[in-house]
Design a protein around this ligand. Structure first.
Ligand SMILES: Nc1nc2c(ncn2[C@@H]2O[C@H](COP(=O)(O)OP(=O)(O)OP(=O)(O)O)[C@@H](O)[C@H]2O)c(=O)[nH]1
Length: 438
């Protein structure tokens, strides 16, 4: 019988080890732990060991050589398979490094060699309530406004600070943190002793929007009923991969517009009151919990951004924006489909594919036949910008208008786009980060 596994993620210092120690103390079950710490000193393994009867080298295994996701194919699978062969235990918990992406780890247990002896039960992300609030929910903290009188607070323009491309491939921490939130089954909001009730509720509200599928629990010092963490049977790879709030918003928008209702500039929405008005009628999770002033919107245009104006906007995004993600079309990058990802303080632009319209006619036909719902413009093909925007106490109208100001004007549409100053990435996988952090 395969051994159930829980993967524990969360940013550095969120409280993963504390949660794990509390779990080991509160259950009689034989749990093996795989700890991955950043750097060579496995403080976490020592700590877990000190709190339990398990000994490092036996049931507590420490991956010493860096990050789990960097050594996925090899060390992680080898370690867990060896563990399974040599020891008798009922359950495995993998504490992932604070800088790891959960999806590749989860895939190892579903599709990789570790999928044989193991059965992935849940991916749990621990969130530091205090830090999450300050980073994503405290747009109002700037001017000391009270909980309910939040102000979006457009700060002074900040010069773009580019951080990439980065040889190590590392991305802004906020981006990784939100990926951990967006790909999980259970969100543990820890350190609730460090936030007020109103702040905690706000954090939960934003998390619900970012990740509508996950269950959310709030804790102090990781104190949680072991049953909430073990054998919940929650994990579903496909559902987890599709569950992010931004993905749902984009899909709902694509279903709604279905390529038919935009003009040349693609203005297909009326955002009269700044909210996303939709008549989907189902339990479409793109809709935010209204009580926290959270708004979810989409931005869809079939006209490219001017690279310099777009970059200037990225360096000066409104404080109330929590998350933005999706594909964008930047003039001068006619082949590159560029994914924009904003998480709290910085935006990464990464080439994640090619526009089908930049391929040979023959290949275009093949792709179009295979994807009959692909929205296609006679002149520009599939090139378009389609972003999900998630914010709090934010005027989506203003943001949409500012994005529109970045689109090429009619005169610029006729200009030579290669003459524009352009720092957008060019090669597949290459990325550029623009910081709006002071
Ligand atoms: N105030 C407060 N502190 C906490 C809480 N949970 C954990 N801590 C403290 O936060 C610090 C970090 O906790 P860890 O459990 O080591 O965090 P971690 O996520 O394992 O950290 P990394 O291994 O660095 O990724 C420790 O000093 C804990 O004692 C909590 O609920 N409230």
């Amino acid at each position: 019988m395969s051994v159930p596994v829980t993967v524990l993620c969360g940013e550095l210092g969120a409280g993963k080890t504390t949660l794990l120690s509390a779990l080991l103390e509160s259950t009689d079950r034989e749990i093996a732990v795989l700890v991955n710490d950043v750097g060579s000193v496995n403080v976490d393994a020592d700590l877990v060991e000190a709190r339990t009867d398990l000994r490092t080298g036996e049931e507590v295994v420490a991956l010493e050589n860096g990050c789990i996701c960097c050594s996925l194919g090899g060390e992680l699978s080898r370690s867990v398979i060896q563990l399974w062969k040599e020891h008798d235990f009922e359950y495995l918990v993998v504490e992932a490094s604070g800088v790891g992406e959960p999806e590749p780890i989860a895939r190892q247990f579903v599709r990789g060699p570790a999928g044989g002896p193991y059965d992935l039960d849940a991916v749990v992300t621990v969130v530091d309530a205090r830090r999450f609030h300050d980073r994503f929910a405290a747009a109002d903290a700037v001017d000391g406004a009270t909980d309910d009188a939040a102000v979006a607070g457009d700060g002074p323009p900040v010069r773009p600070e580019r951080q990439g491309p980065d040889e190590s491939g590392s991305r802004p921490l906020g981006d990784l943190l939100l990926e951990q939130v967006e790909f999980c089954d259970l969100l543990v909001v820890n350190k609730c002793d460090l936030v007020t009730d109103a702040e905690r509720e706000r954090v939960v509200g934003i998390l619900e929007t970012l990740q509508p599928r996950a269950e959310i629990v709030t804790t102090e010092y990781g104190s949680l009923d072991p049953d909430a963490l073990l054998e919940s049977g929650r994990f579903d790879l496909e559902a987890a991969a599709e569950s992010a709030g931004w993905k749902r918003a984009i899909e709902a928008d694509a279903d709604e517009s279905d390529g038919s209702d935009h003009d040349a500039a693609g203005h297909e929405h009326d955002h009269g009151d700044g909210s996303h008005e939709s008549d989907h009628g189902d339990d479409d999770h793109a809709h935010p919990p209204e009580r926290y002033g959270i708004v979810v919107d989409t931005y869809h245009r079939r006209r490219p951004f001017h690279p310099e104006r777009f970059e200037a906007l990225l360096a000066d995004l409104p404080a109330g924006l929590v998350r933005a993600k999706g594909l964008c079309w930047i003039a001068g990058r006619e082949r590159q489909a560029i994914t924009m990802s904003y998480a709290g303080t910085a935006t990464t632009l990464e080439v994640t594919g090619r526009w089908i319209a930049s391929l040979s006619e023959e290949r275009q036909d093949q792709y179009r036949e295979a994807q009959d719902d692909l929205s296609w413009d006679e002149e520009w093909g599939d090139r378009e910008t389609r972003l999900a925007l998630i914010g709090r106490d934010l005027s989506m109208d203003d943001l949409q208008a500012r994005l529109d100001d970045c689109l090429l004007t009619d005169a610029e549409m006729d200009a030579d786009w290669s003459t524009f100053e352009n720092s957008a990435p060019t090669g597949m996988g290459e990325s550029v980060t623009v910081s709006s952090d002071e």
